[in-house]
Ligand binder design. Structure first.
Ligand code: DX5
Ligand code: ZN
Length: 434
């Protein structure tokens, strides 16, 4: 879950109570304390925190950009801070400072400037509740995001995962609508934003941030399962589709395909004994993880891939390609989505190997399961009412038909949905949910 911490540094100080109210939809409020020594600017001190504390339910996320922060920890805790973050560069005794914060009953955070190495956190990362990564040189709001922060964020994410702690990763400086996705994708859990939120209508800006993130959940650090039996001859599109995924699992023949089309190496290859041996030459110079599953006549490779994900706590996946070997390939993907959902894994299928929404002789949808963010699940037997043009109504969802290609083979008549025997793509989006 990604949270926002509006920084009141960009708020209208002459009307602070109102400004704080305008961002009451966030859990956190970011408070930038600057002393004119650690950073070339002076902002405000504990009296401001004390003044707004009774006016706000927010978790007060106090960012101390002051030298010798140890001297002021008690004061900021007393004023009402919930989290106190100090800079490793601002003290000679970061471990002591962190203990002092905890002794005051606050959550402890450490922050590092853009030029400071992550290695400075090595012996403190297990002690803190939060790491605040500066993506601008601290001192002012409205500065430009420093691009190298993304790679640093990814490394920090790995560091936190390795430390096996619930340390929150906070990013601060230059976050805007254009880079929010990348920042979250790189591993940020808590987003500080001052100028982007407080310029204009804060609530609208917050909703805009949320909307951007909502509409790209499957682009986020998700796992992509590449199944065999891909139909795409559109290499360029395929590359575009798989580009955002940083964890790729190739199943059975999916590896061969991935290699041929993209020269991209997956992180993991899973297959049964036969398939792994069939492609043994190909696998010779593969450096990633190879996982052999014992083939199961009652399960498709796709389902065995889902089992693998479950075993490895992978709970959000995208699937590309089609599961082979099932009676009716057309159901392959839909059944697979169903199987994933039943195993508590959020899944969607991305073009090109998608087939959905099969009609049966009763002209009703046989089965259709979530495939994009605006997820709605239908009971097995559902009738879809055609409204106008490409609009359909189903279970209070106003669906518009979306398709990126091959629409020609779709026969749309009153209450008959589609015929996808040619395996072309069609999916629906609910305008209300999207
Ligand atoms: C800068 C502060 C930031 C700043 C962020 O030193 O620590 O919290 O207010 O402001 P924007 O989002 O405008 O960069
Ligand atoms: Zn800050």
């Amino acid at each position: 879950m990604v949270n926002f911490a509006p920084s009141i540094l960009s708020a209208d100080f002459s009307n602070l109570e109102e400004e704080v109210k305008k961002v009451s939809s966030t859990k956190y409020l970011h408070l930038d304390i600057m002393d004119g020594r650690f950073v070339p600017n002076i902002t405000y001190g504990s009296p401001i925190i004390k003044a707004i504390r009774p006016k706000s339910e927010h978790i007060f996320d106090t960012h101390l950009m002051i030298v010798e922060p140890e001297k002021y920890i008690k004061e900021f805790a007393k004023a009402g801070s919930d989290i106190i973050t100090v800079h490793v560069e601002a003290t000679n005794h970061i471990h002591r400072a962190v203990q002092m914060i905890k002794n005051e009953g606050c959550k402890a955070g450490v922050s590092i400037n853009p030029g400071t190495s992550l290695s400075t956190l090595e012996y403190i990362i297990d002690e803190v509740d939060l790491v605040l990564l500066m993506s601008v040189n601290p001192g002012f709001g409205g500065q430009k995001f420093i691009k190298s922060s993304l790679e640093k964020l990814e490394k920090l994410k790995k560091m936190v995962e390795k430390s096996n702690t619930d340390t929150v990763i906070e990013i601060d400086g230059g976050i805007n609508f254009g880079n929010i996705k990348e920042v979250v994708n790189a591993g940020a859990d808590l987003i500080v934003s001052g100028s982007t939120i407080f310029k204009g209508n804060p609530e609208e800006n917050l909703n805009k941030f949320r909307k951007i993130l909502e509409s790209s959940w499957f682009l986020m650090k998700e796992t992509l399962i590449v199944l065999n039996g891909l139909y795409t001859n559109n290499k360029k599109e395929f590359l575009k589709l798989i580009e955002p995924y940083n964890n790729i699992i190739a199943v059975d023949g999916g590896y061969k395909f991935l290699k041929e089309i993209t020269q991209k190496e997956p992180n993991t290859i899973i297959g049964d004994f036969d398939s792994l041996n069939r492609d043994s030459k190909l696998l010779n110079d593969f450096n990633g993880e190879i996982y052999e599953f014992s083939s199961d006549k009652d399960k498709t490779d796709g389902e065995l891939a889902i089992d693998y994900c479950k075993k490895n706590n992978i709970n959000k996946i995208s699937i590309i390609g089609a599961t082979g070997g099932r009676i009716d390939q057309q159901y392959g993907n839909i059944i697979l989505l169903d199987y994933a959902l039943k195993n508590g894994i959020q899944a969607n299928i991305i073009e090109p190997g998608l087939q959905i929404g099969i009609i049966d002789d009763k002209r009703t949808i046989k089965n259709m399961i979530n495939f994009t963010l605006s997820i709605f699940s239908l009971s097995k037997k559902t009738t879809i009412n055609k409204l106008t043009g490409v609009k359909y109504e189903l279970d209070n969802h106003i669906l518009t038909r979306e398709s990126s290609r091959g629409i020609s083979n779709i026969i749309l008549k009153k209450d008959v949905l589609i015929d996808v025997s040619k395996g072309k793509l069609l999916y629906f989006i609910c305008q209300k949910c999207w």
